[in-house]
Design a protein around this ligand. Structure first.
Ligand SMILES: [Zn+2]
Length: 502
């Protein structure tokens, strides 16, 4: 049997792994590559296999870098099924429809940009050609026996909102911890990964022939952080022959949760004291729910004054509704609060804005107040117009609670920029800027090592751990720790590398 690494090997996006036996073909994740142009170019390369030939696709969770190319897979002939937990099925529907719409809008924006900046468009096209050459020249094609090729032009959307809609009927919801035969000789069991609602570690038992001893392959997906609110901790798995493990936070240790809460409370009190506005840019799925949960607890514990909270992200509101429909996925603490009649997913008196007009009216709302809005890196969404209102207001506090990608407006502000460009206009930064590093949906290095230690101590010690989903430095740092401390054989696969699992 063979495992091919089709994404998330040189970076943290584009998760895609193909498992093949003589009688089955199963894809795990089909994520979009995001971020830099050298990552994005991967999205336009033909799939390494014939989509119609798959028996099934399995989805670890609903983040775009894990599910984002499923509509393309369906358009190219894949007829399903896509197996995922109930929470993931619902969240993926939300994410994919939004993504189809954004793909269409992005292409129109690019067209307008090229018309306005013809010289820069030529330079950009040259750079794109160079990246394509570099990418394609680097790969020995092993799966279809032919070299990879670009099949989607840079001026076409990867897929449309209609393509995304057409994908949703292929999803099949399943429960955690119930084995399911997903292809001849391949049984899959989804275990809670504690990363976002519905997220899963997938444990596969694979048999070339009936009656064979199974080969056990465990794919970590994105591993959550122990002790975060709402969700359970990642499931400990005992024993596997092969492990595919994420490495996002290799070489790094998260700030303790108590310190994050102290900083959050401090930002709220600072806002109250100056009668200003607290603006928290947050990702719609996961982070927004976590921040609301923590603010609700801080109020309940009397650690912060009860300021009005505006939740200004339609996507986050829909995601929260989905979280509410899956109470069976909550951790003990959240389940206990619910049983005691509390509503831990809601902040008392929170104001949810649905229309764009209501969102703009927040600018005139009485102060002090708090605003949680998407997106988390200030690269677009409603949070940008709040920032425009508040960036030069010395009473305002801008609070980062998530990772800021290199080169984003969020990263500039976080680094202490004195002036920034917002919608083309230069603005002085007079608001106070604070950051909390400890809210993370991923396990840090000690967390990943602890999870892998369960395998190292088991009777079925892995013959290999493949590290994926990490930048090169993070992956290398984690690899060294695994080798030194757990004495497990580590491998760092390349893009489109295929490995025999003996
Ligand atoms: Zn994720």
């Amino acid at each position: 049997m063979r495992l091919s690494f089709l994404g998330a090997v040189g970076g943290v996006t584009g998760s895609q792994f193909l498992l093949e036996t003589s009688r089955a073909r199963v894809l795990v994740d089909c994520g979009m590559f995001q971020g830099s142009p050298s990552e994005l170019v991967h999205n336009r390369v033909a799939f390494a296999f014939e989509p119609a030939s798959l028996d099934a696709a399995l989805l670890t969770h609903a983040h775009l870098d894990h599910c984002g190319l499923l509509p393309l897979l369906a358009r190219e002939g894949f007829r399903g099924p896509i197996h995922a937990t109930g929470g993931t099925v619902e969240l993926a529907g939300l994410v994919l429809l939004d993504s189809g719409k954004l793909q269409e809008e992005f292409v129109l924006d690019q067209e307008r940009w090229r018309a306005r900046h013809p010289e820069r468009a030529v330079t950009e096209a040259r750079e794109r050609e160079r990246l394509e050459g570099e990418l394609l020249g680097d790969v020995e094609e092993t799966i279809r026996g032919q070299p990879p090729e670009i099949v989607i032009g840079h001026d076409e959307p990867l897929y449309t909102a209609d393509d995304a809609s057409a994908t949703l009927p292929l999803f099949r919801g399943l429960d955690y911890d119930r084995p399911l035969e997903v292809a001849p000789g391949v049984s899959a069991r989804f275990l809670d990964a504690g990363h976002i609602l519905g997220s899963a570690i997938i444990r596969l038992e694979v048999r070339e022939r009936d009656g064979d001893e199974p080969v056990v392959l465990v794919v970590s997906g994105d591993l959550g952080r122990s002790g975060t609110p709402i969700l359970r901790d990642p499931t400990a798995v005992a024993g596997a022959d092969w492990v595919v493990c994420e490495s996002t936070y290799g070489g790094r240790v998260h700030e303790p949760r108590d310190e994050s809460l102290r900083l959050l409370a401090e930002a709220v009190r600072l806002t109250a004291g100056s009668a200003g506005a607290l603006l928290i840019p947050a990702f719609a799925i996961g982070r927004t729910q976590e921040v609301v949960w923590e603010l609700d607890r801080l109020v309940a514990d009397g650690r912060i004054p009860r300021l009005p909270l505006y939740l200004d992200s339609p996507m986050a509101t829909r995601a929260t509704d989905i979280y509410r429909r899956h109470p069976g996925d909550y951790d003990d603490e959240t389940a206990r609060l619910l049983a005691e009649g509390e509503s831990p997913l809601d902040y008392p008196g929170e104001i949810v804005t649905t229309s764009a007009a209501a969102s703009r009216r927040i600018g005139e709302a009485e102060r002090p107040c708090m605003i949680v809005a998407s997106n988390g890196m200030l690269t677009g969404g409603r949070v940008v117009h709040h920032l425009r209102d508040l960036v030069d207001d010395p009473r305002a506090v801008l609070l980062f609670v998530g990772y800021q990608g290199q080169g984003t407006l969020g990263a500039h502000l976080q680094a202490g920029a004195e002036a920034v460009r917002i919608d083309g206009a230069e603005r002085r930064v007079r608001c106070r800027v604070r950051s909390i590093g400890g809210f993370s949906a991923h396990a840090d290095e000690p967390g990943i090592l602890a999870w892998l230690d369960g395998f190292a101590r088991s009777a079925r010690r892995p013959r290999g751990v493949f590290l994926v989903h990490g930048d090169p430095a993070a992956r290398a740092a984690l690899a060294a720790r695994i080798t030194d401390e757990l004495a497990l054989p580590v491998r760092l696969p390349r893009w489109r590398e295929a490995v025999e699992l003996a």
